[in-house]
Design a protein around this ligand. Structure first.
Ligand code: COI
Length: 360
């Protein structure tokens, strides 16, 4: 697909933050975005244009029925001065999974990859190189048909914006988060949209998150709808580490997002670099495992969160369950270091994991 470039004149462009700036997550924008529309059964009008508001009808279906979803991808500047995107093919494939769940049209993976590489090329000066920072890439799709009937929208927009970002959780890897284990709120049910990056999943997570904060913790650890099993955290998959160093990730299902970080950790395990597996994780066994010392660490895996250690859990009756010493465990630290070394080019990446951004 032909992509048209309509770039701002150089003198009208904002400059990236100076080297050494401590970046927060998702607050900054670059000068341009990628946009294309879906109409008459086809994607069209692909372009890279200045970052600017959309003009949408108030009756656009995204505002009413939430037919929207997004992805999160990261690009890193390596010591050779080039920019590498981490596993964009995985996100493009998951984008099309979300599209299928939400009855929206897919975008060919090669079109998504071309768009993201060309946009990052235009904005290559915005890719930070400070530790724990990256150029966060946010592709998303939303329904634009001006119609109040509940049905798949006939028109849509696919867009990619960029945000030079630091760690998702304040303090990054060096801060162990705490999670609320609640039986009151659930993120997803079997047969629902939990495996998609549907905007509605995140809208529904805001009330539980505020509820969690009222207990003095960061996020919710979501359980299955019958409150028996551990599912995920909402901003990341969950993991725990056994005494023998094995990372255990809850088995993916249609109510758990297939985090690219979890998939990558499992691939590292298959290659023999670490020990990791998936299984259905029952809440009672998990609690017993922490109490008996069989489980020594826990945390979350996600593109934004990377590897985020969890120091402990709080229950709705106010009781606490501390994992290990409540801090950052050695297995999590080693995995974090291994993973980020791969992303930033300090260690060799498995074949196909890093995609160099061409100078078009
Ligand atoms: C990501 O990890 O990239 C996500 O999309 C999660 C989001 C809540 C920041």
């Amino acid at each position: 697909m032909q992509i048209e470039y309509r770039l701002l004149p150089k003198h009208e462009r904002k400059s990236p933050p100076p080297q050494g700036t401590v970046l927060s997550f998702g607050m900054l924008r670059t000068n341009h975005m990628f946009v294309m529309e879906y109409a008459d059964g086809t994607w069209q009008n692909a372009r890279i244009v200045p970052y600017a508001p959309f003009s949408l009808m108030p009756g656009s279906m995204c505002f009413h029925y939430g037919q929207c979803f997004f992805e999160g991808v990261k690009a890193f500047k390596h010591d050779d001065g080039e920019i590498y995107i981490f596993r964009p093919d995985q996100n493009a494939t998951r984008m099309n999974h979300s599209a299928e769940v939400l009855c929206m049209p897919s975008v060919p993976v090669e079109v998504q990859l071309d768009a993201v590489h060309r946009l990052v090329d235009v904005e290559r000066d915005w890719c930070p190189s400070e530790p724990q920072s990256s150029l966060y890439i946010r592709p998303f799709m939303f329904a634009t048909q001006d119609s109040l009937g509940v049905k798949p929208s006939a028109t849509l927009i696919y867009c990619i914006i960029l945000s030079p970002s630091g760690a998702y959780y304040k303090g990054g890897f060096n801060h162990a988060v705490r999670l609320l284990i609640t039986k009151k709120y659930h993120r997803a049910v079997s047969g629902g949209t939990g495996s998609a990056k549907a905007a509605g999943n995140y809208a529904a997570s805001i009330r539980p998150q505020i509820y969690a904060q009222s207990f003095g913790v960061d996020q919710v650890l979501y359980l299955s709808a019958d409150n028996t099993c551990i599912e995920e955290v909402g901003t990341m998959n969950h993991y725990h580490v056994l005494k023998d160093g094995t990372f255990v990730i809850p088995e993916f299902s249609d109510s758990i997002l297939r985090a690219v970080t979890s998939v990558s950790v499992l691939e590292l395990a298959a290659a023999g670099s670490i020990k990791a597996r998936q299984e259905v994780v029952c809440l009672d066994a998990f609690i017993d495992g922490i109490r008996s010392g069989e489980i020594i660490e826990a945390g979350g895996f996600g593109t934004a969160a990377v590897v985020s250690p969890v120091g402990g859990y709080v229950f709705e009756d106010g009781t606490e369950l501390v994992v290990g010493d409540g801090g950052i465990g050695g297995h999590s630290r080693r995995l974090y270091e291994m993973y980020t070394a791969i992303q930033t080019g300090k260690a060799p990446a498995p074949q196909g994991w890093l995609s160099k951004v061409p100078r078009y």
